[in-house]
Design a protein around this ligand. Structure first.
Ligand code: PXP
Length: 242
């Protein structure tokens, strides 16, 4: 199991005051020192948190340290240009709407297949692994495979919402079935969105899931534990030795 820390909300805090601190790159470095396997950042069209300069600085850091960079982005021409320049190890394609507070729902890979096919290939031709952020439904997983993606990231937002209620078990089994199906058809399975120290232990029982992308809750935990402590606590919750 790999933990990729999403450091977007360090930039949210920085941007709230227009300062240069807290620096998401320094936060990323601290996460890696504490045992995280990689860093995830979402460059949004409106640049509300991570900015272009952060992406380039993260690229430099992760190349120096030899860790994985997962760049989340919408499948637009502008983002493709940036990805081809930055060359992260992985690009995760996500749906993006300006008015949303955070990524809501998975990508409609089936509905956008005609556009996504060549888009995915153009990134792969540059040596970038491509992951699609999709709901754990067979049709979306199958089309992700057909489009040639190496990985899918299962949207765990509904499970996170349901956590602590009787509906959580249903959401968890939906994720487990999706993970099993994706694995069977040859996709690597990641998961993310809304994951916390409390809800992650049940999720990691799904053995097909090999990577988690976790941001908001960990940056929140860092207020109390420090970013180092938050990373170590999450690794412990995942059952991974730091
Ligand atoms: N994975 C994807 C594809 C996302 O879009 C996000 C949010 O940017 C995350 C993981 C992290 O979600 P959270 O901040 O809720 O942990």
């Amino acid at each position: 199991m790999r933990l990729h820390v999403n450091i977007d909300h360090v930039a949210t805090l920085r941007n709230a005051r227009g300062t240069t601190y807290p620096d998401p790159v320094l936060a990323a470095e601290a996460c890696l020192r504490a045992g995280a396997h990689g860093i995830t950042a979402h460059l949004r069209e409106d640049r509300r948190h991570i900015r272009d300069a952060d992406v380039f600085a993260l690229r430099g850091l992760l190349r120096r340290t030899g860790h994985l960079f997962n760049l989340e982005m919408a499948a637009t021409e502008e983002m493709r240009g940036i990805a081809l320049e930055v060359r992260p190890e992985c690009v995760t394609l996500v749906p993006e709407r300006r008015e949303e507070r955070t990524t809501e729902g998975g990508l409609d890979a089936r509905g956008q297949a005609a556009m996504l096919g060549p888009y995915v290939k153009s990134l792969q031709d540059a040596g970038i692994k491509v992951s699609l952020f999709v709901a754990a439904v067979p049709d979306q997983l199958q089309i992700s495979k057909t489009l040639g993606c190496e990985q899918v990231e299962l949207h765990t937002g509904e499970y996170a919402h349901a956590f602590g209620t009787p509906a959580a078990a249903t959401e968890l089994s939906r994720l487990a079935e999706g993970a099993r199906f994706a694995h069977e058809i040859g996709l690597e399975v990641a998961a993310g969105h809304g994951l916390t120290l409390a809800n992650v232990p049940d999720l990691v029982k799904i053995s097909e899931i090999v990577e988690l992308n976790i941001g908001h809750a960990m940056i929140g935990d860092a207020i109390f534990l420090g970013i180092d402590g938050a990373t170590k606590a999450m690794l412990a919750a995942l059952g991974v030795a730091a």
